[in-house]
Design a protein around this ligand. Structure first.
Ligand code: SAH
Length: 246
């Protein structure tokens, strides 16, 4: 498959491609480059160098997905110039798109391959859905707020990604009809062990989410062993919006 547009150019180019297979459904008809896109590509590369590689993001496939996904498409035009800054950004309705580093960190912790079936809860504007879709086989994205759900759906369509399945509803319940999932990511914090989600996690699966209180949370990685036994590990202090109903 040959991809023509610079944004989605073949992953294998000049040895800079990912360390392993990337999701199977890169768009066949890439979106046309927008005016000023070249400048945005440079700013995005700088973001990858200074915010991700300079910290502890080492997974080549994750770095590639972050360097190919146009984050500025996911925020209001007025904020496009700040889309690659080292901070979260408002996406409307009191919600935020996470800082690039946090998106990369959570994604890296999931160790995705194109065999993975990912449940994403709190998909908002769809930015993290797009990153996950480039690495996993399929992404099942749930968003509670109708306005953001519509935004996320439009953004995923614009990118031409065909392996993202989006649902409007309460993700704290998971998505039982589509379970089991091999990986899960939650972009809003809860205060308790997410038993309902863990029930929908396949043996061998990973789940990352913020756990704690409004002003003090940790990103926690749960693993379900082949035996079904669950273990967890706190990885990083963080600050997310609350999971409604969680
Ligand atoms: N990762 C998103 C932004 C996350 S902000 C992005 O890339 O844009 C957290 C999101 O979680 C918000 O959009 C909020 O509406 C959503 N949310 C909160 N509680 C939820 C619930 N119970 N089910 C689904 N989504 C929820």
């Amino acid at each position: 498959m040959t991809l023509k547009a610079p944004l989605w150019a073949a992953w294998a180019d000049s040895g800079r491609g990912p360390s392993r297979d990337i999701g199977p459904t890169l768009p066949l008809s890439p979106p046309p480059p927008l005016p000023g896109e070249g400048e945005m590509v440079k700013i995005r590369e700088r973001m990858v160098e200074t915010q991700l590689k300079a910290r502890d993001i080492t997974d080549k496939a994750v770095l590639t997905a972050m360097s190919r996904t146009p984050r500025h498409w996911f925020v209001d035009e007025a904020m496009a110039s700040g889309a690659y800054a080292d901070n979260p950004l408002p996406i409307g309705q009191g919600q935020t798109i996470s800082q690039p580093y946090i998106v990369a960190y959570m994604t890296q912790a999931l160790e995705l391959t194109n065999q993975d079936r990912v449940l994403e809860i709190g998909s908002g504007c769809g930015y993290h859905s797009a990153i996950l879709a480039l690495l996993a086989g399929s992404v099942f994205a749930v968003e509670l707020l109708p306005g953001l759900f519509d935004k996320g759906r439009a953004n995923i369509k614009k990118l031409g990604l065909t392996n993202v399945f989006q649902k409007h509803g309460d993700g704290s319940l998971g998505w039982p009809e589509m379970a089991p999932f091999t990986a899960m990511v939650v972009a809003a914090y809860g205060s308790r062990t997410p038993h309902r989600l863990l029930e929908q996690l396949a043996p061998g699966g990973r789940l990352i989410l913020p756990l704690g209180q409004a002003d003090c949370q940790d990103l926690v990685l749960f693993r379900k062993a082949k035996s079904g036994q669950v273990s967890s590990r706190a990885l990083l202090p963080c600050r997310f919006v609350p999971l409604v109903g969680g």
